[in-house]
Design a protein around this ligand. Structure first.
Ligand SMILES: [Ca+2]
Ligand SMILES: [Ca+2]
Length: 385
């Protein structure tokens, strides 16, 4: 009988001196045979359980190898997703304060019944409604703050036009006239004193200074993602598309803009709407509710520079094309577009479609008069890359 169990399995059980041989190894009749046999070979007296050591060792190996494989697989999976995550939305990892705007087609300008009081006197004949298509782009959620502009000035060791000058004019609302002030620049508040709230929009920025900021940010982002990233002022079409956020009314809030919804001169609200407050100052960006696409202060607070030159008949030219695709404005002009109204604007000037028909509100570096004002800021666009 002993010889029958000289294979490995037999040795295991005999070596253990254990009569409870597992039925995993032996079927019924074999087990009985072993039971008899083990009782007859007591002289083995507990020899080392050789095979069990091997089994334990191989278990350890499996656990170690398994763990290593698991770690490698987990790491590879993470890297795989990380690669696509960063590739798809790199800006999220670089800049938090930008919103991805999905392009589309919309009616730019205003319908005939909008701003009818002004149209009656032919004051606002530059908003001919026409179809425009814009592509995807990122746009700043907020007007550029003093804090952000200061970072640019410090990092770029830059001097704006204002800092190179000794004086220029700003509008005195109390006396309703232009006054010459000294030492006014981007660091100042609406009264010409030092701005203490760094979260308010930077003001007294010319179109040129706004472009210089964009160029600086462009270089910074390009270095960070090791790829050319274009940062620039929005086109007038991009600005209006982002402002409307899918709406077709005078404001993204409907046909009324209350002073609970935006910072502007509530003494003269749009149309027959009730009067509101007039703060006579800029407010911290994001103090009012955002539009449907998450953009703050598109109406009011500070006017915002666009990239385009102004031309009163540009919309008529666009309309002739059927659908204007990514229009960039006329090739030349006297002054650049400002949009959205400001803390000192009436309701009608804060409309989504309003364009600065009055040059005194938009003189810039091409003009020697007032090019830096207390109600103009900007918000950049980042092109998809
Ligand atoms: Ca604004
Ligand atoms: Ca206008």
């Amino acid at each position: 009988m002993t010889n029958e169990f000289n294979d490995n399995q037999g040795q295991i059980n005999i070596a253990d001196g254990n009569s409870n041989i597992s039925s995993e190894y032996y079927n019924g009749s074999a087990v009985n045979a072993v039971n008899v046999e083990t009782q007859n070979i007591n002289y083995y007296s507990n020899p080392p359980p050789r095979i069990n050591i091997k089994k334990k060792a191989s278990c350890k190996k499996i656990i170690v190898i398994g763990t290593i494989v698991l770690v490698i697989v987990t790491f590879m999976t993470y890297m795989f997703y990380a690669f696509f995550y960063f590739k798809q939305i790199p800006l999220k990892t670089v800049i938090d304060d930008y919103v991805l705007i999905h392009g589309g087609t919309f009616q730019m300008g205003s319908p005939k019944d909008e701003n009818r009081e002004e149209k009656k006197y032919k004051k606002e004949d530059d908003e001919t409604q026409h179809k425009v298509e814009v592509g995807d782009f990122y746009i700043s959620k907020y007007e550029i703050t003093l804090k952000k502009f200061k970072t640019f000035i410090n990092e770029a060791v830059h001097k704006t036009e204002a800092e190179k000058r000794s004086n220029y004019s700003i509008f005195d609302f109390n006396k309703n006239t232009w006054n010459v002030f000294e030492n006014i620049d981007w660091q100042c508040n609406v009264s010409g004193g030092t701005q203490t709230d760094a979260n308010q929009p930077v003001i007294y920025v010319s179109w040129k200074a706004a472009n210089e900021y964009c160029e600086w940010l462009s270089g910074k982002l390009s270095r960070e993602v090791d790829k050319k990233v274009i940062v620039r002022l929005p086109t007038e079409a991009e600005w209006e598309y982002a402002c409307r956020a899918g709406t077709t009314t005078a404001f993204s809030t409907g046909n009324n803009l209350t002073t609970a919804e935006a910072n502007y001169d509530g003494n003269l609200p749009y149309d027959d709407n009730p009067k509101g407050k007039f703060i006579k100052n800029t407010t911290s960006v994001g103090s009012y509710p955002p539009n449907r696409w998450g953009l703050y202060d598109m109406h009011g607070n500070a006017y915002e520079w666009c990239n385009d030159w102004y031309s009163s008949n540009y919309y008529d030219e666009c309309k002739k094309k059927g659908t204007a695709k990514n229009p960039t404005g006329p090739t030349s002009g006297k002054y650049h577009i400002l949009r959205g109204g400001s803390w000192r604007s009436y309701g009608k000037s804060c409309r989504s479609a309003d364009r600065p028909g009055d040059p005194s509100e938009s003189l810039d570096d091409t003009n020697n008069f007032v090019n830096l004002v207390s109600y103009v800021s900007f918000r950049p666009v980042i092109e998809i890359f």
